[in-house]
Write a protein that binds this ligand. Structure first.
Ligand SMILES: [Zn+2]
Length: 137
């Protein structure tokens, strides 16, 4: 998948994806979710915890990271925060290492609904959301 497509899907509204270092097999699953009421360029970033639960990490707002003493479930120095920020920086530079794989879940990256048909799973977006995915940010 090319980097522009990854960025498009990543910020589509409700994306879930796993990044994996194919050498070390280290991997993390993240969710990038636009709050319903939020203005443009605001996303809540969570990481999947050990019991498949979502741990809120921070809010990405206009490219800045905002941690909350009350709501953040991980510390800024947590390896999972560092991994996410490292990944975002790599996307910004449009350079991903060969050993890194990116896998989106079988949920629509825009609305989060589970995808069932082959075409939608390939596109990572459901039929309704596909109309919007290339035009909005
Ligand atoms: Zn959708």
């Amino acid at each position: 998948m090319d980097i522009k497509r990854i960025v498009l899907l990543l910020f589509a509204g409700n994306s879930i994806f796993t990044i994996k270092n194919e050498k070390t097999k280290n991997h993390y699953t993240f969710r990038v979710k636009k709050p319903r009421s939020a203005a443009a360029r605001v996303w809540n970033i969570s990481v999947m915890g050990p019991y498949n639960n979502w741990l809120y990490m921070f809010t990405l707002r206009n490219g800045n990271y905002h941690f909350s003493d009350w709501y953040s479930r991980v510390k800024p120095e947590d390896i999972r925060v560092k991994a996410f920020i490292w990944f975002l920086n790599a996307l910004n530079r449009e350079r991903l290492p060969d050993k890194l794989s990116v896998q989106f879940s079988n949920h629509c990256c825009r609305c989060g609904r589970r995808l069932t048909d082959v075409e939608s799973i390939k596109a990572n977006v459901g039929p309704e959301c596909r109309k919007y995915i290339n035009t909005e940010r």
